[in-house]
Write a protein that binds this ligand. Structure first.
Ligand code: FAD
Length: 334
């Protein structure tokens, strides 16, 4: 793809110090440990460089695919040869704002965010302490567990809109959060750069105890010892995906190296050498069998990327507040 090659050359020239991996196996960048090579995977040091990369891509009529911690993704075995990926792993600023809210950049892990809140005597993020994703990924999908969701604690999200390369501050009520979805997931075309979380004062020990309890439940019930991308399917209304799969007799069902977990039927695990085709075929078999047996249509929660996955170079117009470039690096340390 000629445009992509030109864009890679332009990015290298403009940002010579930035980490830019070429033909990088994606299996090393996701929790499933599956996926062929990405043509280009950049990890900008800060939001300014990230925005610079996006602007160069736009000049070449391309849009990046944003990679958080890779814990909700199934990459194709063939790799992603036509995409430029940007990882948020280096966007790691995390700070307490003077008004008591917590500011976190997109690459901060949800577990680090939850620990930071606990250490500052702030309650509300306990549910997130065992979710292995990033702030960006969590805000994108409205991650949740044990009765809590990102939407309950988010105050605002700052994103870069690829359409006009502007920065926008989206108040929580404009993010259209629902079960495992948001405005960002339904209208691709934004890079989430940072978020502000509004929490409640709480007792540090009680918060820590709640986090330990939830994480212990996870260890007991979930196959954390094997690579996976968490729950393979969304929770259908009025049901639990895991229970439906188990009732369909599919616990332990295996295709190649992919298996319906013996420990928790809602998880698909990589028991060794699974390909994305194995996972995909297994998920389709599960979906069809459950539908035949219960009439319930399961919808994947894992985001499945085909090898020819493409993004438009911008999404529809935003309805947040445009903010100035001076806000780009977020609040100063206090
Ligand atoms: C063992 C295990 C347990 C899990 N438990 C839970 C759970 O309890 N609850 C739950 O909700 N999820 C759970 N998950 C799934 C996963 O951790 C969440 O969906 C998480 O929010 C994904 O974040 P991520 O950073 O890994 O995103 P990625 O997997 O990297 O990306 C997911 C999507 O978000 C987009 N994205 C990521 N960052 C940005 C950004 N900065 N800007 C724009 N788009 C972005 C990506 O483009 C992609 O479309 C679990 C996963 C595993 C492996």
């Amino acid at each position: 793809m000629e445009n992509l090659e030109k864009a890679i050359a332009a990015v290298k020239e403009a940002l010579p110090g930035m980490s830019l991996l070429e033909n990088e196996p994606l299996a090393g960048h996701c929790s499933f440990r599956i996926g062929g090579p990405a043509r280009a995977l950049a990890a900008p040091e800060d939001m300014t460089s990230l925005s610079r990369v996006c602007s160069i891509l736009k000049d070449h009529h391309l849009a990046p695919f944003i990679l958080g911690n890779g814990t909700n993704l199934l990459f194709p075995d063939e790799g992603l040869q036509d995409l430029f990926l940007i990882s948020t792993e280096k966007l790691q600023r995390l700070t307490l704002l003077p008004d008591g809210a917590v500011y976190a950049e997109a690459g901060v892990s949800l577990s680090k965010l939850a620990s930071f809140a606990q250490q500052n005597g702030l309650a509300g993020l306990e549910f997130a302490s065992g979710i292995p994703g990033s702030v960006g990924g969590g805000c994108f999908i409205n991650a949740g567990a044990y009765g809590g969701e990102i939407k309950d604690v988010i105050e605002s999200v700052v994103c870069l809109y690829l359409g006009d390369q502007g920065l926008y501050e989206m108040p929580a009520d404009k993010c259209e959060y629902g079960y495992r979805k948001s405005w960002f997931s339904t209208h691709p075309g934004c890079v989430i750069l940072s978020a502000v979380f509004r929490l409640q004062p709480g007792d540090k020990d009680e918060i820590a105890a709640k986090m330990r309890e939830m994480n212990e439940k996870r260890r007991q019930k979930q196959p954390l010892e094997l690579p996976s991308a968490g729950s393979a399917f969304k929770r259908p209304e009025g049901h639990f995906a895991g229970a439906l799969i188990e009732q369909a007799g599919l616990k332990g069902y295996t295709v190649g190296g992919a298996q319906v977990s013996e420990k928790h039927a809602g998880f698909v695990v990589n028991v060794g050498g699974a390909t994305s085709h194995d996972v995909y075929d297994l998920m389709m078999h599960v979906r069809n069998t459950v539908y035949r047996q219960s009439g319930v249509q399961l919808e994947p929660e894992v985001i499945i990327l085909p090898p020819d996955y493409k993004l438009e170079d911008h999404g529809p117009a935003l309805h947040g507040n445009r903010i100035t470039i001076n806000n780009m690096e977020g609040p100063q340390e206090n």
